[in-house]
Design a binder for this molecule. Sequence first.
Ligand code: ADP
Ligand code: ADP
Ligand code: ZN
Length: 216
Amino acid sequence: MRLILLGPPGAGKGTQAQRIVERHGIPQLSTGDMLRAAIAAGTDIGKKAKAVMDAGKLVSDDIVIGIVAERIEQPDCSKGFILDGFPRTLVQADATEAMLKAKGLELSAVIEIQVDDEVLTDRIAGRYTCAQCGAGYHDTNLKPKVEGVCDRCGSTHFKRRPDDNRDTVVARLQTYYKDTSPLIGYYYAKGLLHGVDGMASIDEVTASIEAILAKV
Ligand code: ADP
Ligand code: ADP
Ligand code: ZN
């Protein structure tokens, strides 16, 4: 199964991707996570990406396409993968198709998580993750079962993203509508698009996605 999760920042792509990983055993390929890892490691790509990400703009197509092309060659992607936050431009979408075609593969589905703009600021401002295993949480919507302790790995260290602040959200949303939302029409035309109501609870969104995956 080769999936794309599409939706604005804070829609729930990462949250749902983590659940698909657990249920279906295919890896989550988050270009945001890969770029943050490159920044933490101090690589050339990380140095180029940092200021762009902090400003809520998009890292260049060449860089992210290169990262994904390398990642999907890894053995754990042989049974499929979930693209989370990629593609984000039409150029990236065409590159995705070309990469898969070269391997004789096709996409299984594109799932668009539809959310009203009003909730995105709160979802992003309240977002944090486990510093050890990356499990995602939210200040009010998704707290660990024991306060301050990660459900998945027991760590007591958590982190927040520097771009997850109310000022950057506006820029990131503008970027989404300008550069990424055209992908909705692009994938609709290819018969791959499936919309889910991302305003529902996290469990309900998971159930909607599972219903789609059962059919592809
Ligand atoms: P994205 O990867 O699309 O940017 P995330 O999955 O990181 O979004 O979700 C953003 C924040 O909103 C997280 O803190 C997450 O716990 C929370 N969240 C995700 N889905 C929902 C939902 N359906 N209802 C309420 N909060 C949600
Ligand atoms: P969110 O979960 O809020 O949608 P991500 O973690 O996916 O955010 O991305 C964080 C930032 O990393 C983006 O604002 C952008 O600067 C950069 N980025 C991630 N994926 C891509 C991509 N496919 N193309 C260009 N830039 C990207
Ligand atoms: Zn953890």
